[in-house]
Structures are given as structure tokens and as C-alpha cells.
Design a protein around this ligand. Structure first.
Ligand code: PRX
Length: 637
């Protein structure tokens, strides 16, 4: 059997779970034996959550790309590794076999090497969803450089912040990217991000849209020119650089409740093992299947379940450049039929948005190839779950509701497709190796069933974040200090009589907008950059499609009295500082914000108002001036 550790029955799940908890080193090392190592480990696991210091497979050496590529060549050289569907359905799609992908990754590894990039260097990747993005990521891993992919929707300012935080000296980008009807001028955004930057030495630019770009002499080079140099020399292999198990593989920035985004760091061995294990078990991947994860590679979902998980299993991964609603809302279904997709993994927000178009876009689509459906990124409401089950899965396909985070690297709580039971809107049971617990405000464990509390994890799984780049203390205070000796997820959860978990959402000041994490403080900081803004407070409110919408209360003293124009100005500012994804859905101008006597904004009250609550606003007696609540309520949008 290809994957002897693939769980094939509910009973086997319980058995694997028990083993994984009783003896984690024995459990994970048995799986690790199936991978290619340059040197085996001395210790499977050493850890404490107080620093935190977690080390898996200490002493081992490996290169993750040998496990994703070289390892499969004897049997899969001619099998498709990547199928690429372009934005425009009229443009030709591409199929890249494992042999071809291996060669392309090796060649680009030479390009990186020729441009002075070496092990440990940070490479910022800002590209659209083209195969070259996956190639750039893997080439970094091949030479041991640390990739930091930044989602193509982030602004120049966001990139500049991330470049600075990671002290990145290299960038790989594209001239532009296509998304639906839009052309996004990526290189020009990079140029803006680099104004005043003295750290970046090289920018490698891949051609996609042929948008005119300006190339800075000595700094900017074309991907294609650099590749030609390598091809002329006939180079097809690049020896995989030996990495320590705990060497960083990548940094991925994500929002927290305070300040600027944090650079979550994942390391080579543990991340490889866990993304592989969770991929084959949650989705019940079978050889030859085609896996279509609709996320962008700029988010953790894309890292783990477009690139690393599927390729580690020798699967065919589908990369889609476009958006679900262009040229029409049947695009996903067309792609499923065109390539006979087996596994479809998407976000509830996409499902809700497609539901809104009715059944028309599904007409004439067979969807008969689908075997497993998945959701990720936010709680799925029952209505969307049933629509997905009935209209897409035709009631034949198990749905996996996968709960996890950028920090967890891979799926921690989910049913296993067709193996363990599903329950609409419940993520259900933890994967082997994962010990969730619920705690109350004081950190006391809440035992028993039919309870709810704050979700923590008790012990390390292989792909737990190791640090936040350049600031380990921030990692400790954010995740490991709220409740001593526990990893705190920031989520609230319920546990039912079967021990199933339902994630109810964030309990901190982090919003989940269309499955994207956005910190309220980050949005406030961006709004406050606008010259006319005195102060602002941002909260989330329920949104039919996005899950949560962004509601901003703003004290404004801008010059022109035109509210529509002022709103537009503020939105432009947020787009410039963070990116369009963080634009508030509603901006209410207020003359004061509800504050306590010590000057703290009472968000609880604003949240209630934004949610449309008129009666039960809660206790306002601690407010400096309780009458402001009435005024704000009257102005509610
Ligand atoms: O609140 C949870 C929600 O998304 C957060 C993690 O966001 P991010 O790091 O961007 O990663 C998203 C993709 C893994 C979590 O703290 N979340 C994620 N999956 C689910 C979910 N909420 C409910 N159900 C899920 N399946």
C-alpha cells in the first residue's frame, strides 16, 4: 500500500488517535520512516510551551523538495504534478509533469543561486497564480532560502512592512497578474514598495501580462533571461541543499489583534510530515486523483494544500489563476468537469457567493468526477453546507469541514472524508496527534461534553509555528502566555455529546472577512492615516456572503463636508495602506466614541450596535458619557 498510515475506518481512526497521544514519538517517527532523509534524527520530539521551544526530528537532515519531487520520479515522472487553468478560459491550460516540474524547479534554483541567493536568505514572492509561483516557492526550498509569499492583493505599504520585518534581500514577482477582468500591475506595486528600501538587492520579474514595467539597472532582471543562461548551459539538476529538520522553510505574515502582521515561521521536517499526513487522511487522497484547492498560494491554505501536501503525496494539484465568478459564476463547475476533479476544497464565502447566483450556473455541469468536498477558513453555516452537499456533491460526496490556522500549518480538527462522521457546521474530531481542550477565562480546563470555551491545544503537533520572525517574545505572548503551557488559538469552540468540536469564531480582535484574517487594530491604523480622521474604532458584523463585514466608526474633521467623498477618501487610504481586502463595508461618522473613564474604547458596545442590536447594548455605566450610545445608535448604517 502506498500510504500504510492512511486511516481507512472509524475504528482505525480511534486507534491511530490513541497511539498518537500515548506515544507521539513512536507514532510520528513511524510515518517519518516513509520519507527521504539525508540523515535520520537523534530525537523525535523535545518541547516546552513556556519559551516556547518545540523541536521535531532534531539532528535530522533533509530537503523537502526531494520528498516532493525527486522521490516521485521513478514512478511518476510522466504523471501530472500541476494542472494550470488560466484566468481566461480561451487561453491554453498547462500540464506540468513531475519530471518537468523537477527540471523547472532545479533550473530556477540555479537562477536564484546565480543571483546570489543562498541558504537562509529571505525571498519575498509577490506573484499571481501561475505555475511559476509554485516553481519559485519550491526553488527557494531547494536551495534552503526562506520564502515569504505575499498575497497579490496586498498594497505596496504592506509589502514594504513585510520586506523590512523579514530583512528580505530578494524579490520574485511578475509584470502583472490577471484576476477576472482586472490586470494587477504587480511589478509597479513592488517598485512603490521599494522606494527608500536599501536592503533589496535583486528583483526577478516573470512575464505574464506584458504590462509595461520599468526595470532598474543592476537590481531588476527578467526571469526568462536568467533562465536562458541556465538552459544554454544545459543544466537540469540542482543538488538539493541539506537542511536541518528545524531550519525555517518559510515565513507567512498573518494578522493578530494588535499591531502589524506577524511573520509566522514554519520549519522543514515537521511541516512536511504534517501537511502530508493531514492531506492524505482528511481528503482520503487516492493515487491519480486531481485535487483542486481554490485558495490563493499567498495564504496558508495554498501553501499547505496546493503545494506542499498534494505534491508530497505525488498528487495532481490544480492551480487556478482566476476568480469563481468570471466569466460567469459557473467557472468552478466548468473546471471540475474539464479536468475531472476528484477533490474540491474551497471557502464557505465562495460557496455562499455562488449560491447567490442560483442554480443556473450549475445547469449542464455533470460534477460526476467529484468524490470529496472540503471547506476551510471560517465557520460554514448550515444553509451553505446543505447547498454544497446537494447541488455540488449531489449527496454522494463527504464534506470535510477543516479547522486550522496559519500558525498550525495544517488541518487540526476535521472529519476524515467518508471515514469519520460529519455534522453540518461542525469541524468534529481532532486529527491524530492533536489534543484540543476548552478553557474558561481563568485558564481552567472545561471538562465534559455539551460545553463551550476558549480553544487551546495541549501538546505540540509537528507543524506548530516555531516562532514569529525576528521576535520570539511576540510568539510567546501571542500564543503561549494567555494560558500557561497551552497553545491558545484565539478561537472559541463548543464540544457536543460526541466530543465533536464546533468553532464559533475569534474571541480576540481579529476579523474573518471572506475567510481572510484582518486585525481591527490594523484597519484602524490605516483609517487613522487619513489626514481628516481624528479617531476610529473598527468592529465586525455578520455579513451574508463575507461571513463578517468591517464596520468602522470614524470621528472625522476633513475639509470637505461631503460624506460620500470622505468615505471614498478613507477607502482609498485603507487600500493604499493594507490592500482592498481590508476596506470597511460601512463607515459611520460619529462625533464621539464610547469610552471608559480611563479612555478605553468600549468595543463591546460598538459591536452590538454594528450587529443591529438596539435594546441589549449591555452595561454602559462605566462609560464616561453614556449618552453617546444613543447618538451612535441613531446614526447606524
Ligand atoms: O477563526 C478560525 C478560522 O480562521 C482562522 C485562521 O485564519 P488563517 O490563519 O487565515 O487560516 C485560514 C485557513 C486555515 C481560525 O482562527 N477558521 C479556519 N477554519 C475554520 C475556521 N473557523 C471555523 N471553521 C473552520 N473550518
Amino acid at each position: 500500500m502506498l500510504f500504510p498510515y492512511q486511516i481507512k475506518s472509524e475504528e482505525a481512526y480511534h486507534q491511530a488517535y490513541k497511539q498518537s497521544i500515548e506515544n507521539p514519538p513512536a507514532f510520528w517517527s513511524a510515518i517519518a520512516e516513509h520519507f527521504t532523509w539525508k540523515k535520520k534524527w537523534d530525537d523525535v520530539l523535545t518541547w516546552n510551551f513556556s519559551e516556547p521551544n518545540v523541536q521535531w526530528f532534531k539532528g535530522a537532515q533533509l530537503n523537502i523538495t526531494e520528498n516532493l519531487l525527486d522521490r516521485h520520479l521513478p514512478t511518476k515522472a510522466h504523471s501530472p504534478a500541476i494542472i494550470w487553468e488560466p484566468n481566461d478560459p480561451e487561453e491554453h491550460h498547462r500540464v506540468i509533469t513531475y519530471q518537468k516540474l523537477y527540471e523547472k524547479v532545479c533550473q530556477f534554483a540555479h537562477v536564484l543561486n546565480n543571483n546570489g541567493i543562498k541558504k537562509g536568505d529571505r525571498v519575498c514572492i509577490y506573484m499571481g497564480m501561475i505555475p511559476e509561483l509554485a516553481i519559485a516557492v519550491l526553488a527557494c526550498a531547494r536551495i534552503g532560502a526562506i520564502h515569504s509569499v505575499v498575497f497579490g492583493g496586498f498594497s505596496a505599504q504592506s509589502i514594504a512592512d513585510r520586506l523590512y520585518d523579514a530583512q528580505a534581500e530578494y524579490i520574485v514577482t511578475c509584470d502583472g497578474a490577471y484576476r477576472g477582468q482586472k490586470d494587477i500591475p504587480l511589478k509597479s506595486v513592488i517598485d512603490d514598495a521599494l522606494i527608500g528600501n536599501r536592503t533589496v538587492k535583486k528583483v526577478i520579474v516573470c512575464t505574464r501580462t506584458r504590462t509595461p514595467v520599468s526595470m532598474l539597472k543592476g537590481r531588476d532582471v527578467w526571469w526568462e533571461d536568467e533562465l536562458k543562461k541556465v538552459e544554454t548551459l544545459g543544466l537540469h539538476d540542482f543538488p538539493a541543499v541539506a537542511m536541518d529538520a528545524e531550519d525555517p522553510l518559510f515565513i507567512l505574515y498573518t494578522s493578530g489583534s494588535t499591531g502589524k502582521p506577524k511573520g509566522v515561521v514554519h520549519t522543514v521536517a515537521g511541516y512536511m510530515l504534517y501537511t502530508h499526513y493531514s492531506f492524505i487522511n482528511v481528503f482520503q487522497y487516492q493515487p491519480e486523483q486531481i485535487h483542486f484547492c481554490t485558495a490563493d498560494i499567498g495564504w496558508i491554505t495554498g501553501h499547505s494544500y496546493i503545494i506542499y501536501g498534494p505534491l508530497s503525496a505525488g498528487a495532481t494539484t490544480l492551480i487556478f489563476e482566476g476568480v469563481p465568478t468570471w466569466p460567469d459564476a459557473g467557472r468552478f463547475w466548468e473546471i471540475v468537469d474539464k479536468y475531472r476533479v476528484d477533490i474540491l476544497y474551497t471557502a464557505p464565502t465562495a460557496i455562499r457567493s455562488l449560491m447567490g447566483f442560483g442554480l443556473g450556473p450549475l445547469h449542464g455541469k455533470s460534477l460526476a468526477s467529484l468524490k470529496v468536498l472540503g471547506t476551510v477558513g471560517e465557520p460554514i453555516n448550515e444553509e451553505a453546507w446543505h447547498w454544497y452537499n446537494e447541488q455540488v456533491g449531489k449527496k454522494r460526496c463527504p464534506i470535510v469541514d477543516t479547522w486550522w490556522q496559519t500558525e498550525t500549518g495544517g488541518i487540526l480538527i476535521s472529519n476524515l472524508a467518508g471515514i469519520t462522521p460529519s455534522k453540518p457546521s461542525w469541524a468534529t474530531l481532532p486529527l491524530p496527534g492533536v489534543q484540543p481542550i476548552l478553557v474558561d477565562e481563568k485558564g481552567e480546563e472545561i471538562l465534559g461534553n455539551n460545553v463551550s470555551g476558549n480553544l487551546c491545544i495541549k501538546t505540540p503537533w509537528p507543524s506548530v509555528l516555531r516562532t514569529t520572525y525576528g521576535d520570539h517574545e511576540r510568539c510567546r505572548t501571542n500564543y503561549f502566555a494567555t494560558y500557561p503551557n497551552l497553545y491558545f488559538t484565539g478561537d472559541g469552540a463548543m464540544r457536543d455529546e460526541n466530543g465533536f468540536y464546533r468553532i464559533t469564531g475569534r474571541v480576540d480582535d481579529v476579523l474573518n472577512v471572506s475567510g481572510h484574517r484582518i486585525g481591527t487594530a490594523e484597519v484602524e491604523n490605516a483609517i487613522n492615516m487619513h489626514a481628516g480622521v481624528v479617531e476610529s474604532a473598527v468592529v465586525g458584523y455578520p455579513h451574508d456572503i463575507k461571513g463578517q463585514g468591517i464596520y468602522a466608526f470614524v470621528i472625522y474633521s476633513g475639509a470637505h463636508g461631503d460624506e460620500t467623498l470622505s468615505r471614498k477618501d478613507i477607502l482609498t487610504t485603507v487600500t493604499r495602506i493594507i490592500g482592498a481586502i481590508a476596506k470597511p463595508d460601512k463607515i459611520q461618522f460619529v462625533s464621539v466614541l464610547p469610552k471608559t473613564r480611563s479612555g478605553k474604547i468600549m468595543r463591546r458596545i460598538l459591536r452590538k450596535i454594528a450587529e443591529g442590536e438596539t435594546e441589549n447594548i449591555g452595561d454602559t455605566s462605566t462609560l464616561l458619557d453614556p449618552s453617546v450610545v444613543e447618538e451612535i445608535k441613531r446614526g447606524k448604517l
